[in-house]
Design a protein around this ligand. Structure first.
Ligand code: IPE
Ligand code: IPE
Ligand code: MG
Length: 247
């Protein structure tokens, strides 16, 4: 039986988030430039989107560019931005055909103009699609997202005072980029790094974490299946004890 068939369809993670890491090291191991690694990461993105869609996963969030990534050499940043535009253009038809809805989190208005415009267009073109929601985290910072939520709540209180008692999780979440999107059930990080790097800090409070040594350009459908199978073996207790869950 192949891996895909072992997956229990009734226990699929509804939302998978991935920190796609290891492009630079993958390329360097091959004696190539880091940019070569990013180019080869696109194949992994395509496979992952396809696999998630085929399985019936509802939301897939991919961390593609953090606010901290602006600190990289300009040449690398420029190459990443060009690659983004090229990928959006080459993948538009496939995304539409596969009923994928594109969403973004992060401050995309601060991305280069052509990147922003292409993203907006693709978001509009796919807005009515009902299959997988593909959420690209671009120019994203979880701390900024939380601070920004607080700023927006405070500025709203100038117009209409907010009752302190109404400030609960549901209220706060309306002010996050991910408003309306369920929290990730499973977070995958590739490349053997064990950190979160300013990704979805609020949303991963109860997410199952999965780390793999696979470098992102090598990530394929089977790697996603391995992660989901591992997730399905876990017991999510949310603070309760095992006996309460099994009832
Ligand atoms: C992830 O790969 C891609 C981005 C952060 C854009 P890296 O570029 O971080 O690769 P490593 O971690 O240097 O190997
Ligand atoms: C995290 O990877 C950001 C993305 C995958 C886009 P990094 O490679 O930038 O993370 P750090 O800096 O090593 O923590
Ligand atoms: Mg990295």
């Amino acid at each position: 039986m192949d891996l895909k068939e072992k997956i229990d369809k009734s226990k699929l993670p509804k939302h998978i988030a991935i920190i796609m890491d290891g492009n630079g090291r993958w390329a360097q191991k091959k004696g190539n430039s880091r940019i070569f690694g990013h180019k080869n990461g696109v194949k992994a993105v395509k496979e992952t989107v396809e696999a998630a869609g085929e399985l019936g996963v509802k939301y897939l969030t991919l961390y593609a560019f953090s606010t901290e990534n602006w600190k990289r050499p300009k040449q690398e940043v420029d190459a990443l931005m060009s690659l983004l535009v090229a990928t959006i253009n080459s993948e538009t038809d496939a995304l539409i055909k596969n009923n994928v809805r594109l969403l973004t989190i992060g401050d995309i208005d601060d991305l280069p103009h052509d990147v922003n415009r292409n993203l907006q267009e693709l978001k509009e073109k796919t807005a009515k699609n009902t299959g997988l929601s593909l959420i690209l985290a671009l120019n994203y910072s979880a701390r900024w997202e939380i601070l920004n939520a607080i700023k927006n709540i405070l500025s709203q209180t100038h117009k209409q005072p907010v009752n302190f008692e109404n400030i609960d999780n549901d209220f706060f979440e309306q002010y996050l980029y991910t408003s309306g999107i369920p929290d990730p059930d499973l977070l995958i990080r590739t490349s053997g790094e064990y950190r979160i790097s300013n990704f979805l800090l609020w949303q991963i409070a109860y997410t199952e974490l999965y780390f793999t040594d696979v470098l992102w350009p090598d990530f394929r459908k089977n790697d996603l299946y391995h992660a989901i199978l591992d997730y399905q073996k876990r017991e999510r207790r949310f603070g309760k004890i095992s006996e309460q869950i099994k009832k």
